[in-house]
Write a protein that binds this ligand. Sequence first.
Ligand code: LFR
Length: 489
Amino acid sequence: MNQASVAAVDLGASSGRVMLARVGPDVLELTEAHRFANRPIRVGPTLHWDVLGLYQGVLDGLRTAGRTGAGLHSVGIDSWAVDYGLLDATGALIGNPVCYRDSRTDGVMDRVLDQLGAARLYAGTGLQNLPFNTIFQLVSAAGTPAARTARRMLLLPDLIAYWLTGEQTSEITNASTTQLLDARSGGWSADLIADLGLDPGLFAPLCRPGDRIGELTAPVCAEIGLPGPVPVIAVGSHDTASAVVAVPARGDRFAYISCGTWSLVGVELAAPVLTDASRQANFTNETGVDGTVRYLRNVMGLWLLQEAIRGWQADGSTVDLEALLGRAAAEPALRSVVDPDDPVFLSPGDMPARIDEWCRRTGQPVPSSRAATVRCIMDSLAVAHARAVRQAQHLAGTTVDVVHIVGGGARNELLCQLTADACGLPVTAGPVEATALGNALVQARALGAVHGELDDLRRLLTRHLPVRHFQPRPETRGDWAGAEARLHA
Ligand code: LFR
């Protein structure tokens, strides 16, 4: 096959999309077949995902994608990490998956760290401790009727793949975010699973990006009007793994920021860094495509802005983001900065109030307008980006010459420029649709439409996709060094 038409299903925390990609040695085209909203829904005390709604969006998207031109050669699915559905003995879904921002895990991480030992957990899994990691979600749900009935746990892309194909697998890049994979063997950690009293049968056999999961079932084909058979191919089903595939870098002296709801800031390595210093800095070794290690830190990302805007729009008014960012750019720089990684910013709710409180507590001016709040968020993210880029190099013993920003944040000129300033490094911004592109490239390679290593896939990207460059402004250096100190207030 010298050109593949593939559907890249990419589920994000605020929207899902089905992208149709044409990929070959001389072509890389991406068009949106369907986009649909996604937002968590609170029922009683619990914040859920509407997973059936998401599945419906996927089916609608595949129907549209299948109608265009060459038909579909394959389907690949990615989403955010850590969240899962539980299946009973018949394979039926038990309840709605819970959103990782739900408070059911409050306090659980500390309990598990006490029980297992933080050093042992890091040495075993290489994962950063985030309160919502699957391990803590499973422990928080232990003993509930749902958990007692559960025979299988499938992360969301694996769950969608199961509904499409009837096959239960666990794709390894996303499985690595559960904090239950063994960093050395790459398999499920039997020891941790036993020590936590979890049922080993919950965990499906692992598969790798490029593996064929199965084919769309006959009822699915009938539902979406495809003649079939269409294979579903495992991709980097963790969205960040797919996004990193599509970082248009040359060589290995680069850092990346996969910038959307989260900013995932780090470097690509051949082997995990499991030192104590790395553990204390809460850097993670997530499994990447082709056996690479995504050595990175979660920075809270554009969530702070999205959540502030959600609040401002609560009364039905709309917010013009472009205009607001323009006004934020004109605000004085670095007047107030917050540490975006403070857990106080994790849950949904009044973001500007939490930012004001942080500033008040640390003796900084409280932002006096929406533009000032947005400027505070942008400056704070840039400082946190620079901190993570610097730490990643230091902890991994590498040096980078350039920072690539991919994902929705690559559109945000102010954030890209401030990140270049804060890092003191050039920033290359784009592609915006890195996740879908990484998803599509891995499918196309599995189908034999393109060949080679990640470097070769990235060369294809650089030939076909425009990027933008931001140079650091040297006159701002001193200010940034001082601003980072304010994060430790
Ligand atoms: C980004 C992401 C991050 C993960 C967070 C929660 O969309 O997948 O990599 O830490 O969402 O799952």
